[in-house]
Design a protein around this ligand. Structure first.
Ligand code: NAD
Ligand code: MG
Length: 383
């Protein structure tokens, strides 16, 4: 049977790889809905190739421009968060690939869950800020959330066929990003273009900066905490610069399962798309003789202080992860706009968290309120 999908964030790095896989398997998938921000030229191409029913863009202006390009009749064009949610809940859709970047992905993803859609989750920020809520809604509706993030896909695969009670710990691998070898004293000289050069993965700008500060790994600890419903203290980080081992699970008997492969996001995306089957991705075989050396190190929490901040927010819980995430999004945006230095990113996040009075997350409104507060506060700290 053809699997009908909606892709949220279709013009981004994950969105484009998802579409590449869909086109590689004609007859297996059908794209019914697309949602993205402002790249109408790319959306126009996607509409021509995929013939979706509904497409959502970020703003009314972008919707108007897209309508002019494609003509009104071929596709319904909507916009904004409501537009993205509309795409996520289309009646015929079986699966939603959630790949909008940042907290903007939360509402459409939650709507998709509430409408019983299977989720392929790339948008880790939604799990970080509203993990408990998403889990609760998913279990109410019997919804499966399949990880797209490579580490979480690896963990998911290493957990398959095993008993939860036998898990000792999860080990998330981290490349360490472009500044693994750079001395801490030189961090204040890091430029935007240096931070955007990731050694192993080609990704969107926000996650690339998160990898450079290692906040990405902190967010992934929180993502794993909710995806696999395990306490933070059972989730460790291991630096592995080659990015061949995508993550590991240690069991109580001392056995450690690892999932490996060439670092290419098409592999975890494909597994989410075709689960429980596997499909070809075009990704080359892992050449172990060429690779030869796989190395593993302890993370440096003093150099990459975002890791410390993230663990402490994860342990504290309540609104802390949402505040951390929003502060990080605002700080990263300011760094990309060259308004602040690289070293200001962790500083601003810590300052925002320091000013926060954490409260329990009982509803979506609590998450949105914490997110809003943190953005205003971080922006207030900007020069
Ligand atoms: P990206 O910046 O390349 O793409 C983001 C997409 O979201 C674009 O299509 C953009 O138009 C869309 N978008 C942004 N704001 C929007 C809004 N308000 N409404 C609707 N659409 C909006 O980012 P990416 O690298 O593809 O990452 C997407 C998500 O996947 C992030 O949460 C990231 O952490 C996660 N992820 C990415 C990778 C990767 O290799 N790129 C790996 C693991 C996880
Ligand atoms: Mg990852």
């Amino acid at each position: 049977m053809v699997k009908k999908i909606s892709i949220l964030g279709s013009t981004g790095s994950i969105g484009l790889s998802t579409i590449e896989l869909v086109l590689r398997h004609p007859g297996r998938f059908e794209v019914v809905g697309l949602a993205a921000g402002s790249n109408v030229a790319e959306l126009e191409k996607q509409i021509q190739r995929l013939k979706p029913k509904v497409v959502s863009v970020g703003s009314e202006a972008a919707a108007k421009e897209l309508r002019n390009r494609v003509g009104r009749n071929r596709v319904e064009i909507v916009h904004g968060t409501e537009g993205a949610s509309q795409v996520a809940v289309l009646a015929e859709v079986d699966m939603v690939v959630s790949a909008i970047v940042g907290a903007a992905g939360l509402l459409p993803t939650l709507e998709a869950i509430r409408h019983g859609k299977t989720i392929g989750l790339a948008n880790k920020e939604s799990m970080v800020i509203a993990g408990e809520l998403m889990r609760r809604e998913a279990s109410k509706k019997g919804v499966t959330i399949l990880p797209v993030d490579s580490e979480h896909s690896a963990l998911f695969q290493c957990l398959e066929g095993h008993r939860r009670a036998d898990i000792k710990r999860l080990i998330l691998t981290a490349s360490g990003g472009p500044f693994l070898q750079r001395p801490r004293e030189e961090f204040n000289q890091i430029t935007v273009s240096q931070a955007l050069k990731h050694p192993n993965w080609s990704m969107g700008q926000k996650i690339t900066i998160d990898s450079a500060t290692m906040m990405n790994k902190g967010l992934e600890v929180m993502e794993a905490r909710w995806l696999f419903d395990l306490p933070v203290d059972k989730i460790d980080i291991c630096v592995h610069p080659q990015s061949i081992v995508h993550s590991m699970v240690e069991y109580i008997d001392g056995s450690v399962m690892a999932q490996m492969g060439v670092p290419d996001m098409k592999v975890p995306i494909a597994y989410a798309l075709s689960y429980p089957e596997r499909i070809a991705t075009g990704v080359p075989s892992l050449n172990l003789f060429e690779e030869r050396k796989l190395t593993f190190f302890e993370p440096d929490f003093e150099k990459f202080t975002c890791l410390k901040t993230a663990y402490s927010a994860a342990r504290e819980g309540k609104t802390c992860p949402a505040v951390l995430n929003a502060a990080n999004e605002e700080a990263v945006a300011a760094f990309l706009a060259e308004k602040i230095k690289f070293t200001d990113i962790p500083r601003l996040i810590d300052k925002t968290i320091g000013a926060h009075q954490p409260f329990e997350v009982k509803s979506l409104d609590d998450v949105l309120e914490a997110d809003r507060w943190a953005r205003v506060t971080t922006k207030g700290f900007l020069p």
